[in-house]
Write a protein that binds this ligand. Sequence first.
Ligand SMILES: [Zn+2]
Length: 85
Amino acid sequence: MSALVMFDDSDAPVLGVPEKERHRYRKQRCPDEEETAATVVCPCCRVVITLEEPKYDGMRVFCHPCNNWLVIRKTAEGFRTEVAY
Ligand SMILES: [Zn+2]
């Protein structure tokens, strides 16, 4: 088993997520993993959240592991995820 495989815990359950929401959360597979139209990476805890609908400007997403509301902003470069305080 290589060191890379040993440290890949992206399939491990993410702590702090209610059972019924758990399938929507996973750890990043690599530190620079890109977001897709259906996923956001939490800027706080770096967890990857699968969305129930395609992202849009102003969309709010609750991150269970760190208890933060995230807001999705559309920019010229694409979508950006911010923490909404
Ligand atoms: Zn988070």
